[in-house]
Design a protein around this ligand. Sequence first.
Ligand code: RIB
Length: 306
Amino acid sequence: MPKPIRVVGSLNMDLVVQVPHQPISGETVLGSDYATYPGGKGANQAVAAARAGAEVQMWGAVGSDAFGAILKENLEQNGIDTRQLTELPGPSGIALITVDPSGQNRIVVSPGANGRYTPEGLPLFTPAALLLLQLEIPMPTVLAVAEQAFAQGIPILLNPAPIQPLPGSLLPQIRYLVLNETEATSLTQSPIETPEQAQTVAQRLQKQGIPTVILTLGGAGLVWVDGEERGYLPAHSVKVVDTTAAGDGFCGALAACLAAGGSLKEALRFANAAAALAVTRAGAQPSLAYRAEIEAFGAGQRDPSV
Ligand code: RIB
């Protein structure tokens, strides 16, 4: 029996408005009609991994409101095992998202049930091929899950978003750290303006005991360090519609490829193509790509170096 990827994290209903520009403090901006899309970094990564071909389990919490049932059902429609998803009294997580004409977003999350998903609510830990974690659930829950996975030898992929200080005990348990330049700057206090600077920051993070660090740079591509190896991968050139969940699409596809036995370089190319497809479409989960289209897109592109 192949072992599943386990995602322990958030589920949100995203309320999305297109705006002509992002409002500054005190400004009111008239936008489009709002749209609702299933989102949340945890659920997005679970859906991305499932569409990329992995068997996926999702652990987390939805609220007792109407959004909770929709979020759960949406995961099931994507073939994800939701038997360990908990329903907690009160509202589900939501995200208020504005997207400007260049596809860039601003996101405010109200955690709802995600914020009430405490370590006491965790199921018994069983084997998994890979554990995917983000930081939209309480840190004590993240730490409890990471500790159990580490003790069982399950590789952990941490996407530290939204960024916050990371306890020193967590980093040495992480096998793959995937973060963007804003998150990396926040963790290291080092500005990142070029891939060369990003490479230096990735190496600094690696020295904290993480074998593989992948630092994504949006349209400028990504840099990675893995043991003694390092490299750069340019982003694919695509028409950007909405960058929401592109990072989640990357993490989910990367995890799916690694769990299927792919090499890191194969997984990076696959995830890079998945992220490129995600930015060409609106919304969080509706934008996430399926394995066949990721492979077809990747095959049609010039093979970038890693
Ligand atoms: O990463 C994108 C996600 O961030 C959105 O779906 C939103 O719910 C927030 O969690």
